[in-house]
Design a protein around this ligand. Structure first.
Ligand SMILES: [Zn+2]
Ligand SMILES: [Zn+2]
Length: 344
């Protein structure tokens, strides 16, 4: 089968792989399309230690079931799909045994695996195997280029479940890429009305404006935390870091009010020096957010199906053959594109 292989640093090559043989509890999917994720881009750039050359990347997959699992489901029900069903993939396969798994927090499982990570080939290929419990049928009314956002949006759904307090207050989002814009759309749905968004990319700020951001801040021309404090006296209630480096982490701390919350999603850098004196004195809550639970994924799918969140005007579809060009463009000059889906 055709597969897009991460063959070397900043290099994607179209090659071939044998069609994978599913385990008894897996389905074989004929891939329709797979979105390029920020974490795939990190791999391409050599910034993701668990994505090494030789691997097929990709986990944001839509496909058709071509082989059913041979093991029966562990509950007395039929699988909710059949041969030919078009499904979206939850790429996170948790161990099911650790304390996190047994308390429903599969996103922080001790030993999960993910499509397109470590030694598990991903979905930039014609076929992929995935645990049968991880595929969910899609309604005919939902096109692939909208369904491809179910997995990315689940990250934002999870992040918002970790914000404490009930009434939506003022919010600043650092980063107007895919995650930033999805979280902006989600925040609007949740009732946030004062939303500032910060990005260096003017095209992406325009997209954010269309999606309902009330204030656009470009750090090329303004000091972002000072601007946030002008808009929201005392600082924002919540800052979201959708980028994840030292400058943005500190900008988030400097943007929230006393008692405010900083939600950390981006993982551009591992270590950062952060102004902890301000964190302590201002009683700022720092909260990491990582991936999503099965409940978050289900909620995300419902939101995408309802049409309430739709980034398809900024979603591009390209053939797998254009994979190298797509990765190169997304990691150098993405413009207003929020997602590229590679089709087989
Ligand atoms: Zn992803
Ligand atoms: Zn586990």
């Amino acid at each position: 089968m055709k597969a897009l292989i991460y063959s070397d640093l900043k290099t994607m090559t179209l090659g071939t792989r044998p069609i994978p043989e599913p385990e008894p509890d897996q389905v074989l999917l004929k891939v329709r399309g797979t979105g390029i994720c920020g974490s795939d881009m990190a791999g391409f750039l050599g910034l993701s230690p668990r994505r090494q050359p030789g691997l097929v990347l990709g986990h944001e997959a839509i496909g058709d079931v071509v082989k059913m699992p041979t093991a029966a489901p562990d509950y007395s029900a039929e699988w909710p799909f059949q041969i030919g069903s078009r499904v979206v993939v939850n790429p996170v396969t948790p161990c099911g045994r650790c304390l996190a798994c047994r308390t429903g927090k599969v996103n922080i499982c001790e030993s999960w695996n993910l499509l397109g990570l470590d030694n598990v080939d991903g979905a930039f290929a014609e076929y992929v195997c995935i645990r049968a419990a991880n595929v969910f049928p899609l309604p005919d009314s939902l096109p692939d280029n909208r369904a491809v956002m179910v997995e990315p949006l689940a990250n934002g759904v999870h992040l918002f479940t970790l914000i404490t307090g009930s009434a939506p207050g003022s919010l600043v989002i650092y980063g107007a890429g895919t995650q930033g814009c999805l979280m902006l759309s989600l925040a609007r749905l949740l009732g946030y009305r004062d939303i500032a968004i910060v990005d260096l990319n003017a095209d992406r700020l325009e997209v954010a404006k269309r999606l309902g951001a009330t204030h656009l801040i470009n750090p090329r021309t303004a000091d972002a935390p000072a601007e946030v404090r002008k808009l929201f006296p005392g600082g924002a209630d919540v800052a979201v870091d959708a980028h994840g480096n030292q400058a943005v982490r500190n900008a988030c701390v400097a943007s929230v009010r006393k008692g405010g919350q900083v939600m950390l999603l981006g993982l551009h850098e591992g270590n950062s020096q952060v102004d902890f004196a301000t964190v302590v004195r201002n009683e700022i809550r720092l909260q990491g957010s990582y991936a999503f639970t099965e409940a978050d994924f289900a909620r995300s799918k419902a939101l995408i199906e309802s049409g309430d969140i739709d980034l398809s005007p900024w979603t591009e579809t390209l053939p797998l053959e254009a994979g190298h060009e797509a990765f190169t463009r997304l990691t150098t000059d993405p413009g207003a594109v929020m997602k590229i889906m590679l089709t087989v």
